[in-house]
Design a binder for this molecule. Structure first.
Ligand code: F6P
Length: 365
């Protein structure tokens, strides 16, 4: 029987994330070695599809990239082909739909299916192509761990490891100087990194977007520790944390991005408030993109390899428009369109929130 698939395209979209290269490698090697397919790499996410920057990937191209951070294909978190910026000098940005151009390039290279590696923004772009008849298999990535449909995304374990290591280091300096020390971590509107790194590091206070905080409760927790002879406090704060009836702290807006809000700065705001209200010296470290860089931890390399392999196996089984996911301990797939535009936040009754509370962690509520 003739294989219905001859050529697949692969792209990485959205923010980079440890493990992307491990997926590219697994997809390419499985496709080339096991199924004798051709693989075409698309540069810089959907931007490369718009601009026809598409070239064959060989096994040499994917050798020695398993442990490499970032993505050898490049990425873009600004390109949505339905909203492509028109060059118009300094005037207000204007956009047009260039999806037809992408479809022409897919046809020109005779690509039968796309493997799209990305987060919710990238999957929303993929969903548009699905509606136009392009078979897309999604592979979920994000350090934020907030993609609907999968219990875990690759990249999260590495970000959690980096944040935990940073908090461990902050611990010793906090103890020496008798300070309150804040580490602000990423995660957008989901607190997974803060919750896990906070628990792993034994942080005293963890603030997550899902639980609005009361600054007086935070100050009271810091003072209570002082009263009990604990001369320092460690706070692990998610960038998306917000006060009760208040707003998240926005670092800046990027009008050229489909998701224009860039969070950041809540750690500094809370540090100033703690100092003013308690008189305790308080310092903030913002971890930022350090959490996304460098070599993936083994857990992420394994998950990325499983996901990449599963993407090709799903295509070869004749599946269409699926999202590769981890449910429980099983790699499986779900409807790609079902996950569109949804974020997976921490449920308030999550067992780790309960365990953290029971070992004395304060959530500022
Ligand atoms: O989604 C991943 C993430 O690192 C978020 O945690 C963070 O809010 C955002 O991307 C930062 O985006 P950028 O790289 O555009 O600054």
């Amino acid at each position: 029987m003739v294989n219905p698939l001859q050529r697949i395209g692969i792209l990485t979209g959205g923010g980079d994330c440890p493990g992307l290269n491990a997926v590219i490698r697994a997809v390419t090697k499985t496709a080339l070695y096991r199924h004798k397919l051709e693989v075409f790499g698309i540069e810089d996410g959907f931007l490369g599809l718009v601009q026809n920057r598409i070239a064959p990937l060989t096994s040499d191209n994917v050798s020695n990239i398993l442990t490499l951070g970032g993505t050898v294909l490049g990425t873009s978190n600004k390109c949505d082909p339905t909203r492509y910026p028109i060059e118009n000098g300094d005037a207000d940005p204007q956009f047009k739909n260039v999806t037809d151009r992408c479809l022409e390039h897919i046809k020109h290279h005779q690509i039968d299916a796309l493997v799209v590696i990305g987060g919710d923004g990238t999957m929303s772009c993929a969903a548009n192509f699905v509606r136009m008849g392009v078979n897309c298999i999604g592979v979920p990535k994000t350090i934020d761990n907030d993609l609907e449909g999968t219990d875990v995304t690759f990249g999260f374990a590495t970000a959690r490891f980096i944040a935990t290591a940073a908090l461990d280091r902050i611990h010793t300096t906090a103890a020496s100087h008798h300070r309150a020390m804040i580490v602000e971590v990423m995660g957008r509107n989901a607190g997974w990194i803060a919750l896990h790194a906070g628990v792993a590091s034994g942080s005293d206070i963890i603030l997550i977007p899902e639980i609005p905080y009361d600054i007086d409760k935070i100050c009271e927790a810091v003072l209570a520790r002082s009263r009990h002879g604990k001369r320092f406090s460690i706070l692990c704060i998610s960038e998306g944390a917000a006060p009760l009836n208040g707003k998240q702290v926005v670092d800046h807006y990027d009008p050229t991005s489909p998701d224009p809000i860039r969070l950041g700065g809540v750690g500094k705001v809370i540090a100033t408030q703690i100092e003013d209200k308690t008189g305790i010296e308080t310092r903030t470290t913002v971890l930022g993109h350090v959490q996304r860089g460098g070599t993936p931890v083994p857990e992420d390399r394994v998950l990325a390899t499983e996901f990449g392999h599963a993407a090709i196996e799903a295509l070869m089984a004749g599946k269409k428009n699926r999202l590769i996911v981890m449910q429980g301990r099983t790699v499986t797939d779900t409807d790609l369109l079902a996950a569109e535009g949804k974020q997976r936040k921490i449920p308030l009754d999550h067992p780790l929130v309960k365990a953290a509370r029971d070992v004395g962690v304060q959530f500022g509520d």
